[in-house]
Design a protein around this ligand. Structure first.
Ligand SMILES: [Fe+2]
Ligand SMILES: [Fe+2]
Length: 307
């Protein structure tokens, strides 16, 4: 039997907070708000390029930009499975608690805006970068594969990802690095709305769990791990595409040992940026532990193995 603790969040407060946030995509990108390719886009804690010995400064900057592009794309993919999850939840809860329904509809609408936001940044990137960057996909195929799992499994993955964006924003405002202001603005504005989503995800999981028996909850947890493994495999494939993009952008053909060096550093970085930095978030850990302490221990061991 699970011992889900009730979170302190309310639909009313979350909806009110969401209504106070009024940024539009054109406030963040477009017109004179251009990406500055002379600066890194991603904090190095999320791009993991500075520690690669075989790359010079200019090549590290190019790889940082490639990571910026894959970040935009991969978050676009994530949003594509969040929207159907949230809309399915709206159908599940109906209109009995109309404020809850409003809060989730607002959540879905914001994710639609985020899909647009990430696509606009991708357009700016492609206009300024100068050579192609391959990405895994297609996005819909990835999202559809994830959506085959149980709602609880998907909701746990989404909860982890949405708390993870807080770490991404906080890393972008570390004083030791001067990043492109537009990219920092993207991470900040995304987090402003994700802060509400992460609370709504928590309430969503609590609501789902109330109607599930122990076996169904265990299936949800198994699905959470299965989706995590699927995402991990996709990230490892993305590393290979990034190395190809780096060779093409710099005109440098790496030796096998140099490729291995880049691959090792980037695999570690992708694991941390898209999985680990969410798996350690205390609010995610708290939820998972309330559902199944063994699962929380397993996640902690996986994070330890990443470092
Ligand atoms: Fe989002
Ligand atoms: Fe979100």
């Amino acid at each position: 039997m699970v011992s889900t603790v009730s979170s302190p969040y309310s639909y009313k407060a979350t909806l009110e907070a969401a209504h106070k946030i009024t940024w539009r995509i054109e406030d963040i990108i477009g017109g004179d708000k251009r990406l500055d390719f002379s600066k890194p886009f991603m904090p190095d804690s999320l791009a993991g390029v500075e520690s690669i010995p075989c790359l010079n400064g200019a090549e590290k900057l190019v790889l940082n930009h490639i990571r910026g592009n894959s970040y935009l794309y991969l978050f676009g993919v994530v949003e594509e499975f969040i929207v159907p999850l949230v809309l399915e939840h709206v159908q599940r809860i109906g209109t009995e608690d109309i404020v809850a329904t409003q809060a989730f509809l607002c959540f879905a609408e914001e994710e639609g805006k985020h899909i647009n936001l990430f696509r606009r940044f991708e357009e700016e990137f492609q206009a300024g970068f100068g050579s192609p960057c391959g990405v895994i996909g297609p996005a819909k195929t990835i999202a559809d594969a994830i959506l085959q799992h149980s709602s609880l499994g998907i909701a746990l993955v989404v909860l982890q990802i949405e708390w993870m964006t807080q770490h991404h924003y906080l890393d972008s405002i570390q004083p030791q690095q001067e990043l492109d202001p537009q990219f920092c603005s993207l991470l900040k504005h995304h987090w402003l709305e994700e802060a509400q989503h992460a609370k709504l995800d928590t309430l969503m999981v609590e609501t789902m769990v109330r109607d599930l028996n122990d076996a169904e909850i265990q299936q949800g947890i198994a699905d959470y791990f299965a989706i995590g493994n699927f995402i991990h495999n996709g990230l490892m494939a993305q590393v290979q595409l990034d190395i190809e993009a780096l060779q093409q952008a710099t005109g440098r053909l790496f030796t096998e040992s140099e490729k291995q060096e880049i691959q090792t550093a980037q695999e570690k970085s992708y694991r941390w940026t898209f999985l680990g930095s969410g798996m350690v978030h205390p609010n995610f850990v708290k939820m998972l532990r309330s559902l199944d302490p063994t699962a929380a221990d397993r996640v902690a061991e996986m994070v330890y193995a990443m470092s």
